[in-house]
Design a protein around this ligand. Structure first.
Ligand code: NDP
Ligand code: 13P
Length: 317
């Protein structure tokens, strides 16, 4: 079964490389010049420079030629809504597996909810969990969660490779919220590191961050065990502790009072804003997300953010 990947960024390219071990892969990118370059060099030098594309990865700028029954969407979250609206007719009836991590600022939807709302004729799933694109492309051991409303062992098998182990669940809400919210907490962990506030502070922040992730997700119908799994806790640990994470590095730059490359994909910034709105509407406290939204927009200093968190009323854990 040929799998289609729409979006040839770091993650789409890494998935193409590993999934090619199971069969043909169609990798679509919107920019014809980049496609030509990738076909000439058999690499994606802009997004994932270290990895070679296997022979059975067909790179194309022709979306109709690329499309098959199973389609992985590997673009930044804030681009997905517009993309789905533009291509709704051709995506109808297919299985759309979102690989993005975030909450759409315009609608407050996570990836699968956005697919349901925009392409009601498609089947929605999400592939998420702790994995750096470079690790997947290098064939390092990785485990992810595949969440689909209807249990789908065949899809789980097609997306599993000798080094990429897929667990499956039907809790799409929990899986997509874990992946979205951990990026917000990773920014905060980066700030703590950049501002040299100490490892103890980072551990406290990760733990309280996980508490607020879980609080919002359960309120929206997620299962607690999903949050405790790869897509929640697992990815939180990875991105809050590794400088390979762009969200973590963005936070680190904020903590050091330095700028950050605006071209780099940092999903947690828009998601923090979306979360603050969502939590406000639901009457749920998300203090870490609030300070991340404020810090990202330079509305508060790191010292003010720290004071805001530490001066909250004392309460039971
Ligand atoms: N990198 C990683 O390690 C991981 C990333 N993810 C998630 O994957 C998603 C994508 O991230 P990643 O691949 O790293 O991002 P990159 O910044 O590496 O690449 C983004 C890609 O999306 C394409 N794109 C952007 N907008 C559109 C659009 N409107 N239509 C079509 N294509 C578009 C870009 O095309 P162009 O080059 O033309 O701008 C580019 O190829 C994110 O949600 C991220 O959280 C998940 C796990 C790991
Ligand atoms: O989601 C990721 C790892 O699981 C990648 O994290 P960043 O987007 O922060 O680089």
């Amino acid at each position: 079964m040929t799998v289609t990947i729409l979006g040839a960024g770091a993650f789409g390219t890494a998935l193409a490389i590993t999934l090619a071990q199971n069969g043909a892969v169609s990798l679509w990118a919107r920019d014809a010049a980049r496609v030509e370059e990738m076909n000439r060099t058999r690499r994606n030098d802009r997004r994932l420079p270290m990895a070679e594309l296997p022979e059975n990865v067909a790179v194309t700028a022709d979306i109709d030629a690329a499309l098959t029954e199973t389609v992985l969407l590997a673009m930044p979250m804030q681009q997905m809504g517009g993309f789905l609206r533009e291509h709704r007719a051709r995506l109808d009836g297919r299985t759309l597996v979102a690989c993005s991590k975030g909450i759409d600022l315009a609608t407050g939807h996570g990836p699968t909810a956005l697919i349901h709302a925009t392409c009601p004729g498609a089947r929605a799933a999400i592939l998420t969990g702790p994995s750096f694109a470079a690790d997947i492309a290098r064939g390092l051991p990785t485990a992810l969660t595949l969440a689909c409303d209807t249990d789908d062992a065949a899809l789980q098998e097609r997306l599993s490779t000798p080094t990429l182990r897929i667990y499956r669940t039907t809790d799409t809400t929990g899986a997509e919220l874990g992946g979205a919210l951990k990026n917000v907490i990773a920014i905060a962990a980066g700030v703590v590191t950049g501002a040299e506030l100490g490892d103890s502070a980072r551990a406290a922040l990760m733990t309280r961050g996980f508490a607020e992730m879980t609080r919002l997700a359960i309120r929206l119908g997620a299962r607690p065990e999903t949050l405790a799994g790869l897509s929640g806790f697992g990815d939180l640990v990875l991105t809050c502790t590794s400088p390979l994470s762009r969200n973590f590095r963005f936070g680190q730059a904020l903590g050091q009072g330095e700028g950050f490359d605006p071209e780099t994909t940092v999903e947690g910034v828009a998601t923090a804003k979306a979360v603050v709105t969502l939590a406000g509407n639901l009457g749920i406290e998300m203090p870490v997300a609030e300070v991340v939204a404020d810090l990202s927009d330079h509305r508060v200093t790191v010292a003010e953010a720290m004071h805001a968190l530490l001066s909250r009323p004392l309460k039971e854990e």
